[in-house]
Design a protein around this ligand. Structure first.
Ligand code: AMP
Ligand code: MG
Length: 509
């Protein structure tokens, strides 16, 4: 057993040892009541090649050897015990029944000595939860997941991580625009990592089917291994746990708002119980600051998951989690206060977040007006969020001319409104904003939609240099990195305005 290989790691199988599972191994997609998981083998791929690799994640796991066969689903090693998780979820507000890991297979859990982390392959073939699909993932979505989850980590946003991206050497057929024109795309597998991939929907599925026993065992398991609360016997115990979930969820959303991340598919099956950003699909980054923007074409009419609605939707999702846990409480009514707590927490984190962005030393009464006014003016004309806030931190006097680069059309800038707001802010910060705070909260570099697309376009032609460059740059998103400035500290180029993959994204992945 060579040091630094996957087989040298200390594998544990807590989830499948301690929660109820399916008796059958593998098998076709089907309904499987009363279980939390099914054992399933990854489907071997013809030519797995590691293309992207997170050294930080590897180091944390104790890995020094890159094993493409294993991370490409071709073989497993002793200690791994692959399974797919069963869960359900509300999709776009409607209960969708059993979903589960349809294209994700957990290899096992690794005890690093510091913590226990779950390793999961995304795109490694059919599972009992694949419903009507193939369990595979395409290169385009895999690059987006790898780069974004790693960059979110370096931005300080709670997230699942990525260890590797492997191209599989096989094609996958996708109808990217859902217009009846399917095409072959390159297949890929991301190995992602998190304390667990348990979601709100993992609890909902048992509650919806009236299976209180399985619900109870999953709650016990989750609290025991993942939360510092004591137990789950009394209403107060459960409430204490749920308050942690509320707090972590609220914090995650405040971070999303800070950096301009729009998840795009905040279904309850895509809400991690740990308050981690999970399931990177048709997400997008705010370029033009616009609360109404959503990257997801499937959501373009109702815009349920738009930028400015994320805190509200996380609250709605959290309420569904509370409902699903309610059968375990003697007095379920008490859960109302936990929902209130979520919104209070969010408000607090949001205030802190805006204070940091604006370089205030603390949030005081009256600041909310300053912020509301800022949010209004930012939306009057197309204004680049990242550039605006980054330039704001180096302003020497309250004059909009310093911020010109943030605007798409120099003719339209509402200069007088801006100067009035800047004057108010300047008085509030006494001409001395906390620039250090601003620069560690307003990133200089984020994974703009067109940047990811450029990485994808090149990778489709076997050139991973753009992906590698972005991966490298996004490890230090708050540093000036002048070598990247000309190329990447830029507004969206015109070609990306209406291009699929940049201005809008499909769920097809
Ligand atoms: P998502 O919206 O990506 O979180 O996916 C919703 C559900 O569809 C989850 O249960 C996924 O596992 C499943 N799913 C998505 N894509 C595929 C695929 N290519 N094959 C099988 N299941 C999939
Ligand atoms: Mg999902």
């Amino acid at each position: 057993m060579d040091k630094g290989t996957l087989s040298s790691l200390s594998w544990v199988n807590r989830f499948i040892n301690e929660t109820p599972g399916d008796n059958q191994i593998n098998g076709p997609p089907r309904q499987i009541p009363g279980v939390c998981w099914s054992k399933v083998s990854p489907t071997p791929t013809p030519n797995p090649l590691i293309r992207l690799w997170s050294f930080e994640m590897a180091e944390c796991l104790g890995l020094t050897v890159k094993e493409s066969d294993i991370l490409g689903g071709k073989k497993i090693v002793t200690g791994m015990n692959p399974y797919a998780q069963r869960y359900g979820g509300h999709q776009f507000g409607n209960w969708a029944g059993q979903l589960g890991d349809g294209r994700a297979i957990t290899l096992g859990e690794v005890n690093t000595g510091q913590e226990i982390l779950e390793l999961q392959l995304k795109g490694s073939g059919v599972t009992p939860y694949s419903r009507f699909s193939d369990g595979k993932a395409v290169l385009r979505s895999s690059i987006r997941e790898f780069l974004c989850s790693e960059s979110m980590h370096h931005l300080g946003v709670p997230t699942t991580r990525a260890l590797s991206l492997v191209t599989t050497g096989e094609n996958v057929i996708r109808d990217i625009l859902y217009n009846g024109k399917p095409a072959a795309e390159k297949g890929a597998i991301v190995c992602r990592v998190a304390p667990s991939f348990i979601r709100f929907g993992s609890f909902q599925i048992h509650s919806f089917s009236g299976d209180i026993q399985t619900l109870r065992s999953l709650v016990d398991y989750t609290v025991k291994h993942h939360f510092n609360t004591h137990n789950t016997q009394t209403d107060d115990d459960i409430i204490e746990w749920l308050r942690h979930v509320a707090d972590e969820t609220a914090l995650m959303i405040a971070h999303w708002m800070r950096v301009g991340f729009v998840h795009g598919v905040m279904n309850t099956d895509n809400m991690s119980i740990h308050g981690l950003t999970i399931d990177y699909g048709p997400y997008g980054w705010i370029e033009d600051f616009n609360f109404d923007w959503t990257p997801n074409t499937t959501d373009s009419i109702s815009k349920r998951y738009r930028f400015g609605n994320q805190a509200e939707i996380a609250g709605w999702n959290f309420a569904r989690l509370l409902e699903s846990i309610s059968p375990l409480l003697e007095t379920p009514r008490k859960l109302n206060q936990v929902l209130d707590f979520y919104f209070e927490s969010y408000q607090k984190y949001s205030n802190d977040m805006w204070s940091e962005k604006l370089g205030l030393d603390e949030f005081i009464i009256g600041d909310d007006e300053l912020i509301m006014e800022l949010v209004r003016i930012l939306q009057l004309v197309e204004t680049d969020m990242t550039i605006f806030f980054r330039l704001l931190s180096s302003i020497k006097k309250p004059d909009i001319s310093h911020l010109m680069n943030a605007f798409y059309s120099k003719e339209e800038i509402p200069e007088s409104e801006w100067n009035i707001w800047l004057e108010k802010w300047w008085i509030r910060v006494k001409g001395n904003p906390n620039r250090e705070k601003m620069n560690s909260s307003n990133p200089k570099y984020v994974l703009r939609n067109w940047m990811a697309q450029l990485a994808i376009d090149a990778a489709e032609k076997e050139d991973f240099t753009v992906a590698l460059e972005l991966h490298q740059m996004l490890k230090k998103p708050y540093s000036e990195q002048p070598e990247y400035e000309e190329k990447w500290f830029n507004k969206r180029p015109e070609w990306a305005r209406h291009r699929v993959g940049c201005s809008m994204l499909s769920c097809s992945s």
